[in-house]
Ligand binder design. Sequence first.
Ligand SMILES: Cc1ncc(COP(=O)(O)O)c(C=O)c1O
Length: 428
Amino acid sequence: MDGDVMVDAARLPVKSRSLRQRGRLRTPGGVHSNVRLAGPQRFIEYAQGPWLFDVDGQNYVDYLLGQGPNFLGHAPPALVDTVNEACKRGLIYGGQHKLEVEAAEVVCEALGWADMVRFGVSGTESVQAALRLARAATGRTKVVRFEGHYHGWLDNVLMADGATGWGVASAGQVAGHLDDFFLLPWNDIDRLADTLAWQGDKIAAVIMEPIMINAGVIEPKPGYLETVRSLCDEYGVVLIFDEVISGFRLGLSGAAGRYGVIPDLATYGKAMAGGWPVSALAGRAELMALFGTGKVNHSGTFNGSVMATAATHATVSFLRDHQPYDSIAEHGRALMDGLREIGTRHGLPLRVQGLPMAFHVSFGDGDVTDYRSLQQLNLARYTSLAASLVEHGLWVAGRGVWYVSAAHGADELEAALTRFDKTLTDWA
Ligand SMILES: Cc1ncc(COP(=O)(O)O)c(C=O)c1O
């Protein structure tokens, strides 16, 4: 192994191995995002629908979906044509254009609760915009965040996980940037209530993934989000939902709609634009309008480009008009049941938890409600299985999250379960 459980360079097929060697000479680690250091390093020739095809001729059923964005499958023909056509009129004008208005309208209408939206390029930067806006609106600086929740790679939100000790996660990261954050266990309402009672007048925002997808796909306990909402109201704290993964995936109105709890601000990305690089910060008018006064800065050369707004408009309109959510859930449920059944048949303590459109696979048992209890599971054993799943034609992440798209159908279900079964036979 290459210092990395998912990558055994000696086992890579020949063309991927050679490209990997070349790539590593010109790109650190051979990847352009450190997340991919831990991913399958087979080189992809092309992708179509829910399938990936690599340079060595192997195909994969894709349940990673580029870490979530390809919610309609890869290169959905209707969207590719629409976006390409729009781009023929130019990409960035340094001025406004009609698609920006239309994309903002369709996003706010789909969400149902948000009055206004600002587009960005990555989830990371939209999170920063949300934090700045909350601080500007409240005149406070502290922020409450939660163990295991991911909000991007910048200095003030990136954290090492509890296994290695909470704190900076990267060399070069300025530790002091984490000082303004209170880090709490999630799904524990008493800890939040105590923190707000203690420091409520200094706290600008509470930020969370409203369903903790990044670590374990763990749902909020019944009543948790509602109580968080009312505590934020009581203390005048801005509630930010980071819906970069859950947004448009759990339904048109994301986790806010599913759980019936409305934040003040929310961030989106990934599924919102079907694979094109777009993020958004959406929220209530009285907060969002602060950007419009010019007093709170949010900028970006590529924000609201023709490509981004065409992709967002086309994706959200497609989701609204075609409502693929029931068929995605049907596929996801059948897949989760099938994996469980195969695990049982092989006598393995396979654990499959979460929602049909995003679920988590691991080994072990126990009541998992937050990041700490997630550590009871044997996550490393699953990471080792994931490497073998890739070799058998299932493109999955080593951290256990599986994403389902609207493009997955009966053929992919059958292929996935057959390949999973064969992997367990070979791996055990
Ligand atoms: C919940 C959440 N927030 C923020 C981000 C950062 O988004 P990006 O990778 O687009 O910067 C991610 C990325 O996975 C995420 O899952």
